[in-house]
Design a protein around this ligand. Structure first.
Ligand code: ARG
Length: 464
């Protein structure tokens, strides 16, 4: 039996019913639906719109339903149209007429808009917590490897020396911006549409501010049409989550490269690697690859939401039911990724010897050699650049590095060179001298890691 049965003479067609129903995916909002209804019932009672007695009965009944769904005693009936219908029906079956009064001055349109906001608000908190945990892992590791020299790349060609800690901090910074973005999205989401009704508010003397406050929201949506039909908050969150996935995907790409035999800067724990069914030697970074792959899903969810919303007239249209699967999938995917990704990072073993070997091989101190000619010997940078280029070519010819090229060779190209050049191009020195703010010098890396750690730990302690 449908809620709207009065006007209709025929039962809804079976295929149409299945098509129309949303309970399989909105049942996860049962808690928010119930707490929203409790706030609404309390307000109706306080405003004298329904009796105190009925209001109390409704709240008691809803409390019972919540406890029973939580414990598994009450199963959500998947033949109901949606979670709102199921809970209202269950309540009425338990408490009779009082249950039928709950929906006074309310529509499923403001109800569902409220439920999603409340539900996603918790999702934001949970994901912020998970991101913070990952940032803690990264920052602690960055502190430990603040002095581990490795090549930094541009165009995936060895470029200039950095440290492994510096590299980790780069991802820490990205993820901290993600945390900030989700916090921003959460702040705009935390306004109550309850009381916007179907689209045009209500003639009952409701108190929207009371329900908003009871639900821990920062205020009420200011326009009833907008309140019921706004899904910006889903899109904003999907956008922030897409960026999380883009960051994790780039991170994964580098993990995949760096665990390959060609680099071997990192070894993943066996617990986070997989084997091959045919090649006995294989150890594959599947978790990182899946993360890179799953970024496509979340970006797809964002595109779904934007596309669903772009053409619909005010106010509520059933198209908007499509919001839930997309945003829930984005939330679930990011959650799953972080649950596997963070321990993968935590248990991986960096191999600083290999990083240093790679750093020594790629002429990544060539800029420092040119800087030596400029800074110490007073040559214009462009001349120094050209001479250093010729030095590199000479090294390649001789099969040596700048560190092992004899001083006579240096002098042959420029008589300003002396033994001092070796200290200037020493890799540790090249890194430790790069102490410009945000640079790879170990004390800079320590400082950034410490700041990221503090920001992440603050989030974790306020989550408790
Ligand atoms: N299941 C619906 C949704 O998710 C609930 C709102 C229904 N409102 C309506 N006017 N049919 O959007």
């Amino acid at each position: 039996m449908k809620l709207w049965q009065g006007r209709f003479h025929k039962q809804l067609d079976e295929a149409a019913d299945a098509y129309n129903s949303s309970i399989t995916f909105d049942k996860r909002m049962y808690r928010e639906d119930i707490t929203g209804s409790m706030a609404h019932a309390a307000m109706l009672g306080a405003q004298g719109i329904i009796s105190r007695e009925d209001s109390d009965k409704i709240i008691d009944g809803l409390n019972g339903i919540l406890a029973e769904i939580d414990s598994g005693e009450l199963e959500i009936d998947l033949s109901a149209e949606d979670i709102h219908t199921f809970i209202e029906g269950e309540l009425t079956a338990r408490i009779g007429d009082a249950g039928k009064r709950l929906h006074t001055a309310r529509s499923r349109n403001d109800q569902v808009a409220l439920d999603i906001r409340l539900h996603l608000r918790s999702s934001c908190d949970a994901i912020i917590e998970k991101l913070s945990r990952l940032i803690v892992v990264l920052s602690k590791m960055a502190k430990e490897y603040a002095g581990a020299v490795m090549p930094g790349y541009t165009h995936l060609q060895r470029a200039q020396p950095i440290t492994f800690g510096h590299w980790l901090n780069a991802y820490g910074c990205m993820l901290m911006r993600d945390v900030n973005r989700i916090e921003d999205a959460r702040a705009r989401m935390n306004y109550s549409p309850l009381g916007c009704g179907a689209l045009a508010g209500t003639t009952y003397p409701i108190d929207r501010h009371m329900t908003a406050a009871q639900l821990g929201m920062d205020g009420c949506c200011h326009n009833s049409l907008d309140g019921v039909s706004d899904r910006d908050f889903c899109i904003e969150l999907a956008s922030a989550l897409s960026l999380v996935m883009v960051h994790l995907s780039r991170f994964s790409e580098e993990i995949i490269l760096y665990t390959s035999w060609e680099f071997k800067f990192i070894e993943l724990s066996d617990a986070f690697s997989t084997g091959s069914s045919i090649m006995p030697q294989k150890k594959n970074p599947d978790i990182a690859e899946l993360t890179r792959g799953k970024s496509g899903r979340v970006i797809g969810d964002l595109v779904t939401l934007l596309t669903v919303m772009k053409g619909i007239p005010l106010a509520y249209n059933k198209d908007m039911q499509e919001d839930k699967e997309a945003i829930f999938d984005a939330v679930d995917t990011v959650t799953m990724c972080l649950d596997a990704f963070t321990p993968m990072i935590e248990t991986m073993s960096p191999i600083p010897e290999n990083m240093r070997k790679a750093a020594a091989g790629g002429f990544i101190n060539a800029t420092d050699c040119a800087d030596y000619l400029t800074g110490v010997k007073g040559l214009p940078f462009r001349d120094a650049y050209k001479i250093t280029g010729e030095l590199v070519a000479r090294c390649i010819e001789l099969g040596v590095t700048l560190e092992t090229l004899p001083v006579e060779e240096y002098k042959a190209l420029c008589d300003k060179f002396d033994e001092g050049v070796y200290a200037a191009i020493d890799l540790d020195r090249c890194v430790s001298e790069r102490r410009s703010y945000g640079g790879p010098a170990p004390e800079q890396v320590q400082e950034t890691a410490q700041s990221l750690l503090a920001q992440a730990e603050m989030r974790l302690s306020s989550a408790k």
